[in-house]
Design a protein around this ligand. Structure first.
Ligand SMILES: Cc1ncc(COP(=O)(O)O)c(C=O)c1O
Length: 301
């Protein structure tokens, strides 16, 4: 087997590491990378559907907003980074898949960025990813509310998709795992619902669709934005709202959106059925719209 060959006749896999396509098995970063030492970096997860990279420009724009907020000097322009993503997906011959684009501040021991010995680290890899089973998409998710809160914007702003913020989300996800739930909702410090560990939340009440704003602690999700666009097209009334768990428990329908999770109904929370405990009509309509949209709308690889 050659250095970059893979078993089962899969094409060789490549990682774009600091500007160079590198065989996956040779792609490594320093033990003193600030992303590894301190969670000092940002990332994006991006989907490839039918040979189209879904909302690539939106993901890149969010990444550049994250690094700008963190004061990280990314050593590559947005256009050049886009080209690197395209090169990686083409090299790995993925027509369906999940792209992980991670950046860190650079390499250097000690938290002071003055000690950095390198420019920002930039890594692009691709994988296959399916978060939930077909059955879960059909029947909907059972969820809980985590005791772990979303940090307030005076700490790590939840709009920043930073590596470090995810220690909270991982903690909350472990709370869900402990009780066999598919996801955990996270509240902000005021007790209002912010989002789930890796997804945004939407409610349908009396025919009106709503979701928390970024000011409530929600990441400005790319999938969230697509669902809002779809709602407009389908004539479903929508507004951003502030809601409590009372509103979740009493909603007619609820669903979650995220690049990894896509759009999935949420049929139970903290032991209460939501609506009739089945994916609702509006949810199913938006899931259908999302699936149609992901077939066509993207950057061709
Ligand atoms: C905390 C959190 N909220 C929401 C989302 C959904 O965002 P997107 O639709 O851009 O994937 C994600 C996933 O990226 C996330 O990690």
């Amino acid at each position: 087997m050659s250095a970059n060959a893979t078993p089962n006749n899969q094409p060789p896999q490549w990682v774009h590491l600091n500007g160079k396509l590198t065989p996956k098995q040779d792609a490594s970063i320093s033990i003193y990378d600030h992303g590894f030492l301190y969670g000092d970096g940002a990332f994006e997860g991006i989907r490839v559907y039918n040979g189209n990279i879904f909302r690539l420009d939106g993901h890149l724009a969010r990444l550049y907003r994250s690094v700008q907020a963190m004061g990280i000097a990314l050593n590559v322009t947005q256009e050049a980074l886009k080209e690197r993503v395209l090169e990686t997906v083409r090299a790995n011959q993925h027509r369906q898949g999940y792209i992980r684009l991670s950046v860190s501040r650079g390499v250097g021991l000690g938290l002071d960025p003055k000690h950095l010995r390198s420019e920002s680290t930039v890594v692009i890899s691709t994988e296959q990813l399916s978060l939930y089973s077909q059955e879960m998409y059909e029947k909907g998710l059972i969820t809980i509310t985590a005791s772990t809160r979303v940090p307030p914007s005076c700490c790590i702003d939840p709009q920043v998709k930073s590596l470090g913020r995810y220690i909270n989300n991982i903690n909350a996800k472990m709370e869900a795992n402990r009780v066999g739930a598919g996801e955990a909702l996270m509240l902000n410090m005021e007790g209002y619902v912010a989002e789930a560990t890796g997804d945004n939340i939407f409610l349908v009440r009396n025919g009106v669709l709503s979701t928390p704003s970024s000011h409530q602690g929600a990441l400005p999700g790319i999938t969230r934005a697509v669902v809002i666009e779809l709602a407009k097209e389908l004539g479903i009334p929508f507004h951003e709202d502030v809601f409590t768990l009372y509103d979740v428990y009493n909603a007619d329908e609820a669903f979650l959106t995220g690049t990894a999770a896509e759009v999935i109904a949420m049929v139970q929370c903290d032991g209460r059925d939501i609506g009739n405990g089945k994916p609702g009509k509006t949810t199913n309509c938006l899931i259908k719209g999302f699936r149609e949209r992901t077939g066509t709308d993207g950057t061709k690889i």
